[in-house]
Design a protein around this ligand. Structure first.
Ligand code: MOS
Length: 753
């Protein structure tokens, strides 16, 4: 592999080195094949037909014109859907929230606009897409509601369920909030409104299902969880688990949209089983807006403080959209009391079911939403108190997590504040709004805090020493573009004392060692720990094998009396006693030595601690008062996320989160016309995301943070923390520039005029 050779690695350990992603060469040369690029023989193409009404029933579907087109094979719909033994098992997919999951073509009912109601299968994608336009559907329509703001009175508590184990309920109240807030000499309040956002990764959702006969399937799928999709297909279609293999070698971004199996997987598998053919189904860009999304929310905050700036009362309430059939929840209101100690608190989180599809986690779900409200309310409090916003955070610095009455496993947020402020030049800020200018533009400095839970899920990995004395490691985990391949290779190489080029990590295949869905910033801690565990088990096997050799010098050695370095196992007491991996393999009759092991969170120990990554963002904006245009000219995000395995790929994660912060604060929103119950900008021409011209000077700092508790590696994950603080910092900078507090995201220029 060319890139590996070109990288100048400066010795050991590899963990902590800024190594370029190992699959970069394949990706930029087009050699990397994505799920829609496996060109198997005799492939059929399915195109999904979506409902054009929001709620009602399908009276008839006329497919005759479509079926007259040469190349069209068939049209599947609820009236002729194959009589497969599928059943809507509640937890057929690991990420399903409480409720009744939606299954396409179940019946003639339409529950939301854009619902998939039929699949047209043809011998080419173009034919399928064209013929789909000729299918005539007649509906009866019913009344619907899609407007969160207009239906807030219907908010109710979410239903609990299995999938909420990663999503704790709001923290319990402390003291007497109302009394304390009433008595507080300084108060800040806010109402915050966020619009709907849809995931728009570069790669579209595609599944290529290869029909191997007798119900055996090989499925190339765009997903964040190969095992999850295997489970889903086996359960929903009543297949044997071992007959379903899901492969996802490369994923062109997902950001949460691939946490649940998507419609194209269902359709591709259904058609393949029914037609006994290989079938590919691709959702096009427009159809990216027909499944999960970040839900719109309305939030209310009331914070009270003493004259010294000590926060005494915290209230944060959120109302979020969900579908009629599932209670999707986010962790929105749990962060304030994790960040700021207060004696009196009150937190509420409620849902309004509407006629939309179920929302779905989108990068930093809940956190990026809730922290905007929390950190902009803190900003407002700072102005009222005439205390610097950074100083106010330091006055209220939580040494422990008061919301659950536990210490943090580690917390270097103070370093984030101080190093971030230093790098940014926060001390050059003049306190008054509208007091800084650059020519005719108003300049504003804003800052905010970020926090994200450091989670770990059980995962497995397999490791083996090959006949060439090299290391092979595998796990079913995907690499959604985060650098998983690279960091797992680094961890494994260090464990076994091998150079990077002697390590091959394979992944993205449900046949490999079990891994959970890739999300929640928990992959490094979950799968990374499993890789470490598998290597440790392998070391024990190597020592055991060495002991059985004739005249073995290792006979009396225990595992902690040897080290694994330079492709060898070496005696610590006498370094001249060693054996190379290739000699071990030779002694093993030239057979590979293999081990499989797992890593689990140490629940009993961890129960005593709160575990979180922290960050602080500092942002400079320039606002053109006449045009209302906002430019984020500079930003620094300082992150405390435990051990950073690879500063380069980790930095890219934070930079991605910072770009998204600009997008979230200033650009992204799926706009509905509630008269039609329909999204109106279902394309990336009208669904605005930042372009290169929007992105200027972005800087990332990783502060030193040692954590011996959180997991074996001391890692906290970096996938989401980059999006936690900065959206609020942008809003706060806009206030500083203009004196206008705009609490609605995205902030549009017309709100500033
Ligand atoms: Mo992430 S929103 O858990 O993929």
């Amino acid at each position: 592999m060319p890139p590996m050779e070109q990288q100048k690695l400066s010795g050991r350990p590899l963990v902590g080195q800024a190594i370029s992603r190992l699959e970069g060469y394949e990706k930029v040369t087009g050699a990397a094949r994505y799920s829609g690029e496996f060109n198997v023989k005799d492939l059929l193409y399915g195109y999904v037909i979506n409902s054009t009404i929001t709620k009602g029933k399908i009276i008839s579907i006329d497919t005759s014109k479509a079926e007259a087109i040469p190349g069209v094979i068939t049209v599947f719909h609820h009236g002729n859907r194959p009589s497969l033994a599928w059943f809507s098992m509640q937890y057929a997919d690991m990420d399903a929230p409480p409720g009744t999951p939606f299954r396409p073509l179940q019946n003639g009912e339409v529950k939301y606009n854009g619902q998939p109601i039929a699949l047209l299968v043809a011998d080419s994608f173009e034919t399928a897409r064209y013929a789909a336009t000729l299918v005539k559907v007649v509906y009866t329509t019913e009344e619907f509601q899609t407007d969160l703001i207009g239906n807030m009175a219907k908010a109710r508590a979410p239903k609990g369920g299995l999938a909420t184990f990663l999503k704790p309920p709001p923290p319990k109240p402390f003291g007497d909030f109302e009394k304390a807030f009433e008595a507080a000499p300084f108060k800040a309040t806010g109402k915050f409104i966020h619009g709907t956002e849809h995931h728009n990764p570069m790669e579209l959702f595609t599944t290529t299902t290869v029909y191997n006969g007798k119900g055996k399937l090989t499925i190339y799928d765009k997903t964040q969880g190969t095992v999850n999709c295997q489970l889903y297909v086996a359960n929903v279609f009543g297949l044997h688990f071992k007959d379903v293999r899901v492969i996802s070698p490369y994923v062109g971004g997902a950001f949460g949209s691939g946490l649940r199996p998507q419609h194209q997987l269902f359709f591709s598998v259904m058609a393949a089983l029914e037609l006994k053919r290989n079938v590919r189904v691709t959702l096009d860009r427009h159809q990216m807006f027909t499944f999960g999304h970040r839900p719109p929310t309305v939030q209310f905050t009331r914070f009270g403080a003493t004259v010294d700036g000590k926060v005494t009362a915290l209230n944060h309430e959120a109302i979020a959209e969900t579908s009629r059939f599932e209670d999707y929840t986010e962790v929105v209101v749990n962060w304030a009391h994790m960040l700021y100690p207060a004696q009196n608190t009150l937190f509420k989180y409620n849902l309004v079911p509407l006629d939309v599809f179920s929302p779905l986690d989108m990068r930093a779900p809940g956190g990026s939403t809730g922290l905007h409200a929390i950190e902009s309310t803190m900003d407002e409090l700072a102005y009222q108190l005439k205390i610097d916003p950074l100083e106010l955070r330091l006055i209220n610095y939580a040494e422990r997590d008061e919301s659950t009455d536990r210490p943090y496993s580690s917390k270097e947020l103070r370093k984030c504040y101080l190093q971030g402020a230093e790098q940014f030049g926060w001390n050059k800020r003049s306190p008054e709004p509208r007091s800084m200018r650059n020519g005719h533009k108003l300049v504003g400095y804003g800052m905010a805090t970020g926090i994200w839970e450091a989670m770990q899920l059980p995962a497995r990995a397999a490791a083996s020493i090959t006949t060439e004395g090299k290391l092979k490691v595998n796990s079913a985990v995907t690499d959604i573009g985060t650098g998983t391949l690279t960091v797992m290779s680094q961890i494994a190489a260090d464990e076994m004392g091998l150079p990077l080029e002697d390590v091959s990590f394979t992944y993205g295949d449900s046949k490999m060692a079990f891994a959970p869905i890739q999300g929640g910033s928990f992959t490094i801690s979950s799968v990374g720990s499993a890789v470490k565990a598998a290597c440790n088990a392998l070391k024990k096997k190597i020592l055991k094998k060495a002991k059985t050799m004739d005249n073995s010098p290792f006979k009396s050695h225990k595992i902690d009396e040897v080290v694994f370095a330079d492709r060898k196992m070496i005696s610590i007491a006498n370094p001249s006693v060693f054996i190379s991996y290739s000699d071990i393999i030779a002694a093993n009759d030239h057979k590979v030595i293999k081990s499989v092991n797992f890593a689990m969170p140490k629940a009993l120990k961890l129960k005593k601690y709160s575990r979180a990554a922290h960050s602080a963002s500092f942002v400079e904006v320039e606002v053109d008062e006449e045009l209302g245009t906002i430019n984020v000219t500079r930003a620094v995000t300082a992150v405390a996320a435990g051990k950073i395995i690879n500063p380069k790929t980790a930095k890219s994660q934070i930079l991605g989160g910072m770009v998204w912060s600009i997008s979230k604060a200033l650009r992204e929103e799926t706009i509905s016309d509630h008269r039609f119950g329909k999204y109106m900008n279902m394309n990336i021409a009208e669904y605005h995301i930042p372009v290169h011209a929007d992105i200027h000077d972005l800087d990332v700092i990783f502060v030193e943070e040692q954590d011996d508790i959180v997991n074996e590696l001391g890692t906290k994950g970096v996938g989401e923390i980059g999006l936690a603080a900065m959206p609020s910092a942008i809003a706060n900078a806009i206030y500083h520039a203009t004196g206008k507090r705009i609490n609605q995201f995205p902030i549009h220029f017309d709100q500033l005029l």
